[in-house]
Design a protein around this ligand. Structure first.
Ligand code: UDP
Length: 333
């Protein structure tokens, strides 16, 4: 019998790519989204249910209607800077929203959840590459709102038998190679889309946030993971829980770090065009380096990134952004 997964935030960047992977693997997909930051045209791989995590009636109605076997929970606010300015909004939406979701799951008897966590739960790591057993000391409310959820999930397992897989993403990047979905944020703050903006838009100039870090070229090191590889990890985590796997947490990254300047140069190489830029001050809350150990996800979930080389990430992102410009021009007409 077809199995159903309820995907909160399935109309967002990572969520929509995961819906595609779930659908392609034979899952029946239901997207639960309030469309505050998600996109209606990203719901292509299942049915949409418009609802809010903070509204218990919406959740109960969705669980009653679709009777999902599992939940994949992406819906969240995800701007670090905004979380510093408006922490209450982050604890309310990300943490309390998940508490409401878990209450609805307990009520409906749904006992499996995949949770979008983040490497931001570690704060400034004391060793590299980062393994899952490192202390988690977030340095901003966004990371803390996600860490709280990790703890809440463990309590709900004790009280209600809900098993969870926490997936701690490093830097999600790239787009679906067939161009169906891709990275769209409003406003866009992420490095790769902004480098591409610099290539495609004459009036835009990238600011590199600091070149005086203790790294090989002075700019920050991050672990960029292709969103299609992330989607594959979610599918494997879903199957793992479905087969009775125990609750666990996994880092999702490649094990390879890339500096900001290396990304800039790679975008220039792939597009054949310059990325106009200037060096600016450091951005508050940016650790110098964040690189995952991907060993545990491979060992337990059998997951290995296959599309996350910098060229594949940038090629798919570039193709998507060119399409987005055409779409925006068409809607502006
Ligand atoms: N970055 C930058 N200029 C920008 C945006 C990002 O130099 O306009 C740097 C940022 O300081 C970080 C890296 O690029 O070191 C990745 O940042 P992004 O916002 O894409 O992801 P994050 O690491 O914050 O999740």
């Amino acid at each position: 019998m077809t199995r159903t997964v309820l995907v909160t935030g399935g109309a967002g960047y990572v969520g929509s790519h995961c819906c595609k992977a779930f659908r392609d693997a034979g899952w029946n997909v239901v997207v639960f989204d309030n469309f505050s930051r998600g996109w209606h045209d990203f719901v292509q791989f299942g049915e949409a249910f418009e609802g809010d995590l903070l509204n218990a009636d919406d959740l109960d109605a969705a669980f009653a209607k679709y009777k999902p076997d599992a939940v994949a929970h992406f819906a969240a606010l995800a701007y670090v800077g905004e979380s510093v300015e408006k922490p209450g909004m982050y604890y309310e939406n990300n943490t309390m929203g998940t508490v409401r979701l878990l209450d609805a799951m307990a009520k409906a008897g749904v006992d499996k959840i995949i949770f979008s966590s983040t490497c931001a739960t570690y704060g400034v790591p004391e060793k590299m590459p980062m393994t899952e057993d490192l202390p988690q000391n977030p340095i901003n409310p966004y990371g803390m709102s996600k860490l709280f959820v990790e703890k809440v999930l463990d309590d709900y397992e004790v009280a209600h038998g809900i098993r969870s897989v926490k997936l701690r993403y490093f830097n999600a990047a790239g787009a679906s190679p067939d161009g169906e979905v891709g990275e769209r944020h409003e406003p866009e703050t992420h490095l790769i889309p902004l480098c591409i903006e610099g290539v495609l838009n004459d009036t835009f100039k990238l600011t590199v946030f600091g070149d005086d870090f203790d790294t090989r070229d002075g700019t920050c090191i991050r672990d960029y993971i292709h969103v299609m590889d992330l989607a594959d990890a979610h599918l494997k985590a879903l199957d793992y829980l479905d087969k009775g796997g125990k609750s666990d947490a996994f880092n999702l990254g490649t094990g390879t770090g890339t500096t900001v300047m290396e990304i800039v140069q790679a975008v220039e190489r792939v597009t054949g065009k310059p990325v106009p830029r200037s060096i600016g001050p450091r951005r508050a809350g940016d650790p110098p380096a964040l690189v995952a150990s991907a060993e545990k996800a491979e060992r337990i979930l059998g997951w290995k990134p296959t599309q996350s080389d910098v060229n594949s990430v940038i090629e798919t992102a570039y193709a998507w952004h060119k399409k987005e410009i055409a779409r925006k021009a068409a809607t502006a007409e």
